[in-house]
Write a protein that binds this ligand. Structure first.
Ligand code: SF4
Length: 254
């Protein structure tokens, strides 16, 4: 039992029990943590990012029980958000996951390199999937003024140095939102440390939240076994968003 672990688990606000498209080459369960330090206008998971208090908290024991029952079908667990590096006591949550014997991928926007460094040193994360939103100069526009260009650069350069030291532990991806042109994609590729390729993700415009039902159906992708989930990027697919009022674990088909 970890003293702050429960605190960290109270930030888990969604679960997808199986995703075949989240972690390339892995059948993964996905945990979503609420809260984000950016305000990307293109965010697909705005409620998880900015109003996680509206989503039901999940019970640590139930989630760990579910994951342990399903462990033999899974190749790993993705922890995404929101922005998971903001979660207090994240290390304890990851230690709970490590006890399941499954590797963990952590999605991050890279704006908290100190947390990434600690997690890397602790060996609790197999793979960091880092979103590079765009060229540094476009960060203010891409993140709803969540971060200025100079700070984005400082943070990402710290991440890039870690990746150069531990190339197996990182990959980089960019969602090609309408604001990004071909030359921006080239610029981003030029930022990455030697030997890294950029994973380009197609952008699909978020639907209006008032249209949640239709939205949920329209968003379903083949190969995604949980009704109403959809995750082309690192932030999508909050169960709570589409299953408010029902028990999140039942809604996720547990
Ligand atoms: S897209 Fe990602 S980084 Fe941007 S606000 Fe949404 S959760 Fe945060």
């Amino acid at each position: 039992m970890h003293s702050f672990g429960h605190h960290a688990w109270s930030h888990v606000r969604g679960i997808e029990r199986l995703s075949l498209c989240d972690w390339p080459g892995h059948a993964a369960a996905v945990l979503f943590t609420g809260g984000c330090n950016l305000r990307c206008p293109t965010c697909h998971n705005a409620e998880m990012a900015w109003a996680p208090g509206r989503l039901p908290a999940l019970d640590r024991g139930e989630v760990l029980g579910l994951l342990s029952r399903r462990a033999k079908w899974l190749d790993g667990i993705t922890v995404t958000g929101g922005e998971p590096t903001l979660v207090p006591g994240l290390m304890d949550l990851l230690t709970d996951l490590a006890d399941l014997g499954l590797p963990v991928k952590l999605d991050t926007n890279g704006m908290r390199p100190g947390v990434v460094r600690s997690l890397l040193a602790a060996g609790l994360v197999r793979t960091f999937a880092v979103d590079v939103k765009g060229p540094y100069a476009k960060y203010p526009a891409l993140t709803g003024d969540g971060v200025d260009a100079a700070t984005a650069r400082t943070n990402l350069e710290a991440i890039f140095r870690m990746a150069a030291q531990a190339p197996g532990a990182f990959y980089f991806r960019t969602t090609r939102v309408p604001m990004l042109q071909d030359e921006d994609m080239d610029t981003i590729r030029g930022l990455l440390p030697a030997g890294f390729t950029l994973v380009e993700q197609k952008y699909v415009a978020p639907q209006r939240r008032t249209d949640a039902q239709t939205d949920s159906q329209a968003r379903q992708l083949p190969g995604d076994l949980v009704p109403g989930t959809y995750r082309p990027g690192h932030i999508q697919g909050a169960q709570g968003q589409r299953h408010q009022g029902s028990h999140p674990l039942q809604a996720a088909g547990a």
